[in-house]
Design a protein around this ligand. Structure first.
Ligand SMILES: [Zn+2]
Length: 260
């Protein structure tokens, strides 16, 4: 599917699901867009992003699938950034058209046009939970990165306001309904425990420039941030889309259990 077509389908599905569509920038012919739906009595707020890497199509398609199924709850505020790097998706490359990894370009001085525009949109927004949808072409199954409030500075009030028990195992179980868990003991150079990755603190705390989106989100926008990774070569697209969707729903259910 061409990106323009996917983008049109996303906008159409978002409007039908009563989301507001915002355009926060442009890359060549492609609009950068965000969708939100914020009920007055929202019990919690959830941010979802996809398409940061262009060779990882399941994330944007999972958001399209959830929008079409009207699977977003009425008592939660949702913010979706469904196609962060459209030129990468068009070219089926991890990087953008300039060969830059957008997911290493967030931080105090964002270094790609995609991250500059995306961070301007994020600016002062706060969410209870963020989930970034990714894929891994080397993975044999599904796995998850967790960044939890304990990673925030000691004086950050969100460390206590959001000190809920981690949902990571439940999220993995939800994903495992559709895909096997990647049981590798090391992924991306970090130890993995039955599909769960918690990047070492020294790594996340000293990293100041060219950040992944997830670290930027944790520091400024969401005390809980998960990154889902589905195996882009080892499984079919239908199961990968379903896996991301199941994890999102499990994450929202966990959040509601703790905030309401
Ligand atoms: Zn990725």
């Amino acid at each position: 599917m061409r990106v323009k077509e996917l983008s049109d389908r996303l906008v159409d599905a978002a409007r039908r699901a009563r989301f507001q569509v915002e355009y926060y920038g442009k890359r060549e012919d492609h609009s950068l867009m965000a969708f939100h739906r914020v009920p007055e009595d929202a019990k919690a707020s959830v941010y979802l992003s996809a398409g940061v890497h262009g060779d990882e199509p399941a994330g944007p398609m999972a958001l399209l699938d959830l929008l079409r199924k009207k699977a977003f709850r009425d008592d939660v505020a949702y913010y979706l950034v469904p196609l962060v790097n459209p030129l990468g998706l068009e070219a089926k490359t991890r990087e953008n058209d300039k060969g830059q990894d957008v997911n290493r370009s967030y931080g105090p001085t964002p270094s790609t046009p995609e991250a500059v525009a995306h961070q301007a949109w994020l600016k002062d927004r706060q969410f209870d939970l963020a989930i970034c949808l990714h894929e891994d072409f080397e993975a044999t199954g599904f796995y998850l990165y967790e960044l939890a409030p304990e990673r925030l500075p000691k004086d950050d009030p969100r460390r206590t306001s959001h000190a809920f028990p981690s949902p990571a195992r439940d999220l993995l179980a939800a994903g495992a309904e559709h895909l096997p868990i990647d049981l590798s003991e090391e992924i991306d150079g970090f130890p993995a425990d039955k599909g769960l990755m918690r990047p070492p603190e020294e790594r996340t705390e000293t990293w100041t420039e060219d950040l992944p989106e997830a670290i930027q989100l944790l520091r400024h926008h969401a005390p809980w941030c998960f990154t889902t990774e589905t195996p882009s070569t080892a499984a079919n697209i239908v199961d990968r889309v379903a896996c991301h969707g199941a994890v999102i729903q499990a994450g929202v259910n966990w959040l509601l259990h703790h905030v309401s």
